[in-house]
Ligand binder design. Structure first.
Ligand code: NAP
Length: 290
């Protein structure tokens, strides 16, 4: 397929690498053009404007956040896009912006598919992302071959794009809750001289198996917050988006408010670029053992 790709950060670069390996033609645009060079060496064509990426069989965007999308995907861009083009937005953005983008695309005769992902850059590189796709069935059908190349499984979660965004935000809220609970448990154990490593062996071998408890728990046990596979700054963004979605649906999420403050504390102490596991450091500091 002839694909445009907008946003070559940690996630986008890894996804484009896999699309190229699968033989697709990829036109890439990134605000910082230098980041596209390695992909150009692997066969991608660098284009000078987002508009040049917004063409072909489909365009995928993987930008940081709402502000980036608002800056790049404007009315002029949509005006000049070929009728019937499918735009797949895979970034984690607000429910409100997803709804507005779906509306704006329909008004320009374009298809909008929301397809946020579960999995960090290492999973993106290994083509092991879990994709939650929502939008018109025929539009998703057209981009399914791309999903098959970058992900291990695509879940079709609704006909209304923002349903996929709500699902992604709910999942990241749960992830934040799990990491916060690991951090607080580690601080409690430390207060009694119990090694977090020993505790993890017990709970991951029993009621709490899986990559979240073992992975983030292991980082917290070692007080290791780098490499930052999922930055605390991005985690804070996602919890804020969950709170905004909850607010709009009159849904109290008191735990999400606690998570927002813990992540904000991490950012305030200069740890925003560190891994989400830095919530363990926040809990230790609160216990006077930071
Ligand atoms: P990243 O490495 O920080 O990359 C962000 C991308 O957005 C870069 O291409 C950056 O361009 C671009 N960007 C930022 N602000 C912009 C603006 N105002 N105008 C134009 N471009 C702008 O982030 P990432 O880790 O790839 O994450 C991308 C998305 O995937 C986010 O929505 C994130 O929440 C989501 N996600 C991330 C993970 C993860 O573990 N990292 C997992 C699942 C989902 P420059 O290169 O010019 O800065």
């Amino acid at each position: 397929m002839d694909i445009g790709f907008i946003g070559l950060g940690e996630m986008g670069s890894a996804m484009v690498g896999n699309l190229l390996k699968a033989g697709h033609t990829v036109r890439v645009w990134n605000r910082t053009a230098a980041k596209a060079q390695a992909l150009a060496d692997a066969g991608a064509r660098i284009v000078g404007t987002p508009g040049e990426a917004f063409a072909g069989d489909a365009v995928v965007s993987m930008l940081a956040d709402d502000a980036a999308l608002r800056e790049v995907i404007d009315a002029t861009l949509l005006d000049h896009a070929p009728q019937g083009l499918v735009h797949v937005n895979m970034a984690t953005i607000s429910v409100a912006l997803a709804e507005a983008l779906a509306h704006a695309h329909a008004g320009h005769g374009l298809h909008y598919v929301a397809a946020p992902v579960l999995g960090r850059p290492d999973a993106a590189q290994a083509a092991k992302l879990t994709i939650m796709a929502a939008g018109a069935t025929e539009a998703i059908d057209r981009v399914q071959p791309l999903f098959d190349v970058i992900g291990q499984k695509t879940w079709r979660v609704g006909a209304v794009p923002q349903q996929a965004n709500v699902m992604k935000l709910a999942a990241n809220f749960m992830l934040a809750a799990a990491v916060e609970s690991l951090g607080e448990a580690a601080a409690l154990l430390d207060g009694y001289g119990v090694a977090m490593r020993d505790f993890l062996d017990v709970v991951t071998g029993g009621p709490f198996p899986g990559p979240v408890y073992a992975g983030y728990g292991g980082m917290i046990a070692q007080r290791r917050y780098e490499p930052a596979l999922f930055k605390a700054r991005l985690g804070l963004k996602d919890v804020r988006l969950a709170l905004a979605a909850a607010d709009a649906a009159a849904t109290p999420m008191p735990l999400a408010s606690v998570l927002r403050d813990s992540l904000l504390e991490a950012v305030a102490h200069g740890d925003g670029e560190r891994d989400f596991a830095v919530l363990g450091k926040v809990a230790a500091r609160r216990a006077g053992r930071g």
